[in-house]
Design a protein around this ligand. Structure first.
Ligand SMILES: Nc1ncnc2c1ncn2[C@@H]1O[C@H](COP(=O)(O)OP(=O)(O)OP(=O)(O)O)[C@@H](O)[C@H]1O
Ligand SMILES: [Mg+2]
Length: 225
């Protein structure tokens, strides 16, 4: 059996808007992901899927509970260690894409390679290849506002894959795409999953996408459902 790469134990997170207005986004969630898994997180809007994914990506910290990435207890991690993991080990696709508006598709993808320490020629070649694999060869010089939602989403995916991370966390990576394109993208990701043993955790509302994943984590009200 493959080794455990993500382990979540009774994770809790409360957002305090004011002293009296608090949202318990995660109320004690458990999850285990093994290397090479392809897992979907599903559940109703507001149940805490993005919150959980942000914790897994070390973009936010839990209030209670334990999170281990590759056997390392993240609560004991120093900031530079967390930074190394974010830059090299994890590729993140945000629900709202988070592309840089002033940069072209190619430049957005290349920037991730710069953070990952790749040389200019190497990152240009790799970014072009990734955009091509996402069906975007004819959009590489377009800026985000010159692309459709689905095209921006695929640029965000290419960016997440740039440094060849061992874990890819994607928040609704096909949310803006029609069913056929969604399944095409999922198949591209599954191919990477098989060929490179990359681990995927994907938030989705789409049943076809969830069913195409090897495992499904159901969430409701910040807990396992
Ligand atoms: N930064 C924040 N401050 C306050 N409340 C927040 C914050 N982020 C999320 N929440 C709240 O926490 C709950 C969980 O939000 P989250 O974004 O994780 O849901 P989700 O399952 O991803 O929903 P969706 O499917 O709509 O994307 C929601 O009630 C949301 O309003
Ligand atoms: Mg969300």
């Amino acid at each position: 059996m493959n080794k455990t790469i993500i382990k979540v134990n009774q994770l809790k997170k409360t957002y305090a808007l004011t002293k009296t207005n608090q949202v318990q986004a995660l109320r004690g969630i458990d999850m285990e992901v093994r290397e090479g898994d392809f897992t979907a997180i599903v559940g109703p809007s507001g149940c805490g899927k993005s919150t959980l994914l942000h914790m897994l990506g070390l973009l936010d910290t839990p209030d209670e509970g334990a999170l281990q990435i590759d056997g390392i207890d993240t609560s004991k991690m120093k900031e530079h260690e967390a930074h190394m993991i974010r830059a090299h080990k994890i590729g993140f696709v945000f629900q709202g894409f988070n592309l840089i508006p002033s940069l072209t598709a190619l430049e957005n993808v290349m920037l991730a390679g710069k953070y990952g320490g790749m040389k200019y020629g190497e990152r240009k070649k790799r970014a072009e290849e990734l955009l091509k694999s996402m069906g975007l060869s004819d959009r590489i010089n377009h800026r985000p506002n010159e692309m459709s939602g689905g095209q921006q989403q695929r640029v965000a995916l290419a960016r997440a894959l740039m440094n060849n991370p061992s874990i890819i966390l994607a928040d609704e990576p096909t949310g803006e795409l029609d069913s056929n394109t969604s399944l095409e993208i999922i198949n591209t990701l599954k191919k990477l999953n098989q060929e490179r043993n990359q681990t995927f955790v994907i938030v989705t509302h789409n049943n076809d996408v969830a069913n195409a994943c090897k495992a499904i984590l159901h969430m409701k009200d910040g807990r396992n459902a």
